[in-house]
Design a protein around this ligand. Structure first.
Ligand code: NDP
Ligand code: HSE
Length: 437
């Protein structure tokens, strides 16, 4: 059978990894796909990278559109990243009747509805396994392995850079900026690393996970997004003393009132498996009504782990080349005309438990004032830790863990606590997730 010819866009971290994996495992891949998969046309801005990767017998160009317009190319693999020109290039590939594989979660989260509609119209596939949780085949699991379930919630560590930073800060007491620079050197971080540290990348991935889990449209703009840049080393230590680890989580949960879509740091009891997922590793917990909780673990970023997902998508595309487009696995798991528009809960209506850190004057009555503000709003306290005052220091850290309460009530309570004359500075709040099955 004729080989399948691939046009590759981008020769950076993931593009380079994809070239390496396709070449090293070409025999195994062909045995699985039923045909050889060969690179035929590659676009990169820096063509010296093609020499470093030993790319021979391949057409090279600096123009991505030369690849999408090449009649010899069957499948386009987009690994450039960013919104433009990636969006226009992918739409052009689809218009030209080519299947697409992409790792671009930013693009899928924001423009996926448009891209999938175009692909549907042309009867081509757009595969995006590498867009969520790097090398973990979690899209495959949600879309196919769990298709008999009503999925109740998804909670995951879905940004490798953020998890690497939090792990190094906790284990080695390293500074935030130093670890971020290392994540960039290792190729984990996005071109704009604020996407990693401010939670935007995780929000892109959660948007995709929620759509495939619940059969709702992609709606990135409705995800509550908070990153890890405000996590202090002392919060990591206090959490540890209380039996928790701080992780950055993406959570999508059905409730009776709507769907929660949120990414933010959270304290998780350290005895949970997911609390022990460290470094660049990711993990996604998915609770289905039939199967119960399931956990998917693996490298969340990096050249070859991500290439593993890109190549798996290529194999999937090749296997279905001859199948009837109407009978393929739908892009977002549910048939396009069967998506529902469940209400997304505003963050103020979401209920969680909280960790609060206050700087309190070291004198009698302060704790009683704080407890009464919380009590007036029906917020019960689970634990209190008051640190020993240092000599000549007027304010001491006061740490509280609360039971579950709505974000609105907690916002009101925090505002009142910050007004107390015995409290200095702002109250640090981190949500607590027990992730009970
Ligand atoms: P890199 O920045 O390492 O690579 C991107 C490559 O694309 C660079 O070589 C860049 O060239 C090239 N490029 C950018 N624009 C164009 C263009 N217009 N025409 C031709 N080439 C272009 O990024 P990554 O490999 O890290 O990421 C690629 C995609 O994969 C992104 O969508 C990212 O979010 C996603 N991803 C990344 C993971 C990772 O671990 N790194 C994991 C999962 C997904 P130049 O170097 O000249 O800028
Ligand atoms: N920057 C992303 C991360 C790459 O660190 O998770 C993988 O999507």
């Amino acid at each position: 059978m004729k080989p399948v010819r691939v046009g590759l866009l981008g020769l950076g971290t993931v593009g380079g990894g994809t070239v390496t994996v396709l070449s090293r495992n070409s025999e195994e891949i062909a045995r699985r796909a039923g045909r050889r998969i060969m690179l035929s046309h590659v676009a990169a801005r820096n063509l010296e990278r093609a020499d470093e990767l030993n790319l021979t017998n391949v057409r090279l160009t600096e123009d991505a559109f030369a690849v999408t317009n090449d009649p010899e190319v069957d499948v386009v693999v987009e690994l450039m990243g960013g919104y433009e020109p990636a969006r226009t290039v992918i739409l052009k590939a689809i218009e030209n009747g080519k299947h697409v594989v992409t790792a671009n979660k930013a693009l899928i989260a924001l423009h996926g509805n448009e891209v999938f509609a175009a692909a549907q119209g042309k009867g081509v596939m757009v595969a995006f396994e590498a867009a969520v949780a790097g090398g973990i085949p979690v899209i495959k699991a949600v879309r196919e392995g769990l298709s008999g379930n009503r999925i109740e919630w998804v909670a995951g560590i879905i940004n490798g850079t953020g998890n690497f930073i939090l792990s190094e800060m906790r284990e080695k007491r390293r500074g935030f900026a130093d670890v971020l620079a290392e994540a960039q050197r290792l190729g984990y971080a996005e071109a704009d690393p604020t996407f990693d540290v401010e939670g935007v990348d995780a929000a892109h991935k959660l948007t995709i996970l929620a759509a495939t889990a619940f059969g709702i449209p992609l709606q990135f703009e409705r995800v509550y997004t908070e990153g890890i840049s405000q996590i202090a080393e002392e919060d990591i230590s206090h959490a540890e003393e209380l039996g928790y680890r701080i992780k950055h989580l993406g959570i999508a949960r059905r409730t009776a009132d709507g769907v929660e879509l949120r990414v933010h740091p959270a304290l998780i009891p350290y005895r949970r498996l997911i609390a022990n997922v460290d470094g660049v590793m990711n993990a996604v917990l998915i609770k289905g009504d039939a199967v119960g909780p399931t956990l998917y673990y693996g490298a969340g970023a990096g050249a070859e782990p991500t290439a593993s997902a890109v190549v798996a998508d290529l194999v999937d595309v090749v296997r279905t080349l001859t199948s009837d487009p109407e009978n393929r696995v739908p892009h977002l798991a549910f048939q396009p005309d069967a998506l529902t528009d469940l209400r997304v809960l505003p963050m103020e209506e979401v209920k969680t438990a909280y960790y609060l850190r206050l700087q309190a004057a070291d004198r009698p009555g302060v704790l009683a004032d704080v407890a009464s503000i919380l009590g007036d709003r029906g917020i019960s306290i689970e634990a209190v830790v008051q640190k020993e005052p240092l000599p000549d220091v007027q304010f001491v850290p006061l740490i509280l863990l609360t039971h579950r309460v709505s974000e609105r009530q907690m916002n009101e309570a925090i505002a009142r606590i910050e007004d107390l004359e015995s409290i200095t500075g702002s109250v640090k709040r981190i949500r607590v997730e027990h992730l009970n099955a």
